[in-house]
Design a protein around this ligand. Structure first.
Ligand code: R5P
Length: 310
């Protein structure tokens, strides 16, 4: 049996372009499925392929309409389980709700854990994802989870900008490991910003541990949501004497009014989430991580290590 007939790849509704791109890299066609929304907004999924005894991958990114796409993924997995798939791998480029990964204050949910429970309960047997908001989320699962990283792809694009004396800046203390990976790729050093989130839409920079004076800086984060974090960090870096300011993040949600007039010169994100907005269009560069996902799927099917991809 050749490699490509050993598995099936399906796409949920959240990011068909990305699923198609992975399929193209793998040289397969996407599995046939009907996904419908009933008049009352309930979701129905019918698999149109024989999946009995097959290894199945379902791509769904949990962004933009996270509740709807999550529910669709759960229904998809249940349909595959009941159709006797041998294994069901959820390919989740962006793991939504990842920021709700701990009890930061009283009487709140750890929703990232709740989602892990739901995915397992629905029949998912493995998760393939990228740059989880925090690494401990891996431990929320009792099934294998592979957390890929986008920093090598993003860094390759940054190198094309021919920055002078680059410096990687962590916009908060939570992005330490990610920033270290960037600094290693770019063969340079890094500094930290101490950020204070005043509200869901407002961020203040308290101080910087290190100096950005005379440097081209790369503000590196796992995600850009409202853009407040990168904008506050960029302003602080410019005031601290930085030259060019590049923001680089794996996941570009781009919610809200945008940062066209900010101190940022370029924004580089991956295509883990469809870019819906023109929020930063003239400053925005997108780098595809579909080849990394395709390689990871190939390695999973072949029972090969994927740690070399990181
Ligand atoms: C926070 O811990 C994350 O790593 C990001 O810095 C944050 O979620 C970005 O959100 P926003 O763009 O709304 O500031």
């Amino acid at each position: 049996m050749d490699v490509n007939s050993r598995f099936l790849l399906f796409s949920g509704s959240s990011h068909p372009e990305f699923a198609n791109s992975i399929a193209k890299h793998l040289g397969v066609s996407l599995g046939k499925v009907i996904i419908e929304k009933f008049p009352d907004k309930e979701i129905g999924v019918q698999i149109l392929e024989n999946v009995r005894g097959r290894d199945v991958f379902v791509l769904q990114t949990i962004a933009h309409s996270p509740n709807s796409y999550l529910m669709e993924l759960l229904i998809f997995a249940d349909a595959l389980k009941r159709a006797s798939a041998r294994s069901i791998v959820a390919v989740i480029p962006y793991y939504g709700y990842g920021r709700q990964d701990r009890k930061e204050k009283g009487r709140v949910s750890i929703t990232a854990k709740l989602i892990a429970n739901l995915l397992e309960k629905a029949g998912i047997t493995r998760v393939l994802t990228m740059d989880l908001h925090s690494e401990p989320i891996q431990g929320f699962f009792d099934i294998p989870l592979d957390n890929l990283h986008a920093q090598s792809c993003l860094a390759a694009k940054i190198k094309e900008l021919q920055l002078e004396n680059p410096l990687v800046v962590a916009p908060d203390l939570g992005s330490v490991n990610l920033v270290k990976r960037f600094a290693k790729e770019l063969k340079t050093d890094f500094v930290f910003i101490d950020k204070q989130r005043v509200s869901l839409e407002e961020v203040h920079v308290v101080s910087m541990i290190g100096s950005a004076k005379g440097r081209d800086v790369i503000i590196a984060d796992d995600m850009i949501s409202t853009g407040q974090t990168i904008m506050a960090a960029a302003k602080f870096c410019k005031q601290a004497g930085a030259n060019r300011v590049i923001a680089a993040a794996t996941h570009g949600l781009f919610i809200g009014p945008g940062c066209k007039d900010s101190a940022i010169d370029h924004v580089i994100v991956s295509d883990s989430i469809p870019i819906l907005d023109s929020f930063l269009q003239e400053k925005l560069v997108t780098v595809s991580v579909a080849p990394i996902f395709a390689q990871a799927i190939h390695s999973i099917v072949m029972n090969e290590s994927i740690s070399c991809l990181n």
